[in-house]
Design a protein around this ligand. Structure first.
Ligand code: ATP
Ligand code: BTN
Length: 247
């Protein structure tokens, strides 16, 4: 059967809402989604702000549980990126690109982001909240003040669209790909990520705090590690603290 989708008007963050429920011990079902019209403190990675104006975009969090420990969750944000990209290709004939590890780009600008949070681990299981923000029709004025990098929305790329349909398709697409991930691991997604890689074959800068490495991007390996060629040697990178930039 199909999983539940709850709709709220204004919340702090749909991710925070599901995380709180899990901490209270509420039982959630795999694939269950919480969607809000607006977020007062929408979050990106590293505590950055996700600009979340009212009734304009898509702010969605999905509950998922992996039967293995957190090690198995490696590559999961890439899997969700592939799911979102595939959805946008099939439903709206777009050609989105993926930026390791968690961003979806349209026309070279940021269109959507993924934020996965771990709630708890027990018996080798792990409980996850998968947050997805997709720009649908951004009020240009407000975004100008709040977003410090080039961005774009679906209406600009694909024309007017039905947000309810988008949410329903997003849920289905994510569940389908998460199940595939559970069966086959990240390996099944490697080429699907790489052929959409924003920086494939291009010069990049990998930033971690004050440290920076420049090299050439070669996509990801079968575990979802980023491959950067630096001074003739290919090195693997992973971990939540890294940010990738064009060089
Ligand atoms: P990285 O994930 O590689 O570290 P990033 O700059 O994309 O880099 P994130 O934490 O993923 O950082 O995303 C948060 C950033 O996204 C914000 O700092 C802002 O620049 C941008 N941003 C915020 N809201 C939106 C939005 N609605 N649409 C597009 N971009 C946004
Ligand atoms: C990023 O690019 O850093 C990730 C942005 C993720 C935004 C979504 S919107 C729904 C969910 N709730 C949040 O507070 N963040 C995610």
């Amino acid at each position: 059967g199909s999983a539940q989708i709850e709709v709220e008007s204004i919340v702090d963050s749909t991710n925070s809402q599901l995380m709180q429920r899990l901490q209270r011990g509420d039982k959630l079902l795999k694939g269950q989604c919480l969607v809000a019209e607006a977020q007062t403190t929408g979050r990106g990675r590293h505590g950055r702000v996700w600009h979340s104006p009212f009734a304009a975009n898509l702010y969605c969090s999905m509950y998922w549980q992996l039967e293995q420990g957190i090690q198995a969750a490696m590559g999961l944000s890439l899997v969700i990126g592939v799911a979102v990209a595939e959805l946008l290709e099939q439903q709206y004939q777009l050609k989105p690109a993926l930026k390791w590890p968690n961003d979806i780009y349209g026309d070279g600008k940021k269109l959507a982001g993924v934020l996965i949070e771990l709630s708890g681990q027990s018996d080798g299981q792990c409980q996850l909240v998968i947050g997805m923000g997709i720009n649908v029709q951004m009020p240009a004025q407000s975004a100008l003040q709040h977003i410090g990098q080039p961005w774009i929305d679906l209406t600009t790329l694909a024309g007017a669209l039905d947000r309810n349909q988008l949410i329903a398709h997003l849920q289905q697409c994510c569940i389908k790909q998460l199940q595939r991930f559970e069966q086959h691991g990240f390996q099944a997604f490697q080429s699907e990520f790489n052929r959409r890689d924003l920086f494939q074959g291009q010069p990049v800068r990998l930033v971690q705090g004050t440290q920076q490495i420049s090299g050439t991007c070669h996509g990801v390996d079968a575990q979802g590690n980023l491959i950067v060629e630096h001074q003739g040697k290919k090195q693997l990178y992973h971990g939540g603290e890294l940010s990738l930039r064009a060089d």
